[in-house]
Ligand binder design. Structure first.
Ligand code: PGA
Length: 259
């Protein structure tokens, strides 16, 4: 099995209008060079209204960053007012779609069954799901991290074959660390990312576990990325706040220089 390509993803959440989004990508493109892109895959996840603008920019300037989305619906089309489907995204050259971000699960009430359907739809349309899992502070305090994460993986990957899982990205994001400035220690992040890989191995086989790329997310910054990326089962990071600023996101993507 070839080494897993590191992957750093910028989740912009509900921030930036399309002018600001274009500016951010332009600034980022000045800061990242060929060598950076040879070392790490960089994915950008604008809001839906900005995807077309960013697609046009990446295409016109031949920028090697990959386009991502933050969510999609599980149906291809239909009477779902306000929703966006996977085929609409793939037509815009979106390659990665975050499925089951904790803000959608916790604040909007997305269920594991829905997340599972989204993962399947993203795969069906030949894009890569970034499946997000993670525990709340209460679950962590109750020593329920393992059961929560394993339960999410079982439910969200139900019916997805091992070869497909091998091509996916799974983001472990402890909810208490998202946007709070609190970060799991590199050892704690490794422990749960290792658990994710072991669980994938049990559920989908060794090849799936060897291929799947696992990100850590939750207050990732230029100052903590190197240690996080040094962990054996961590292949990347899902970055919120620090991805909204070109310099900090570029420094995260250049984590190999931060040690
Ligand atoms: P944060 O967000 O980096 O702002 O903590 C991470 C995420 O929600 O993906």
């Amino acid at each position: 099995m070839a080494a897993r390509m590191p992957i750093i993803s910028g989740n912009w959440k509900m921030n930036l209008n399309h002018f600001e989004a274009i500016q951010l990508v332009q600034k980022l493109s000045y800061q990242l060079d060929k060598e950076d892109h040879a070392n790490v895959e960089v994915t950008l996840h604008p809001s839906f209204t900005n995807i077309r603008s960013i697609q046009t920019l990446l295409d016109a300037d031949g920028l090697p960053m990959k386009l991502g989305a933050q969510n999609c619906h599980w149906d291809d089309s239909g009477a779902w007012t306000g929703e966006i489907s996977a085929p609409m995204l793939s037509k815009l050259q979106v390659q990665y779609v975050i499925c089951g971000h904790s803000e959608r699960r916790e604040l909007i009430g997305e269920t594991d069954e829905q997340v599972n359907a989204k993962v399947k739809s993203v795969l069906k349309h030949e894009m890569t799901p970034i499946l997000a899992v993670g525990e709340t502070q209460e679950e962590r305090d109750a020593d329920a991290t393992e059961s929560k994460v394993v339960g999410q993986l079982e439910a969200d990957l139900a019916g997805v074959g091992g070869a497909k899982v091998a091509s996916m990205v799974i983001a472990y994001e402890p909810i208490w660390a998202i946007g709070t400035g609190l970060t799991a220690t590199p050892a704690d992040a490794q422990a749960v990312c290792g658990l994710v890989r072991d669980t994938v191995s049990k559920l989908k086989g060794k090849e799936a576990a060897a291929g799947v790329r696992i990100q850590y997310g939750g207050s990732v910054k230029p100052t903590n990325i190197f240690e996080i990326m040094s962990q054996k089962d961590i292949d990347g990071a899902l970055v919120g706040g620090a991805s909204l600023e070109a310099e900090s996101f570029a420094r995260i993507c250049q984590y190999r220089l931060q040690g």
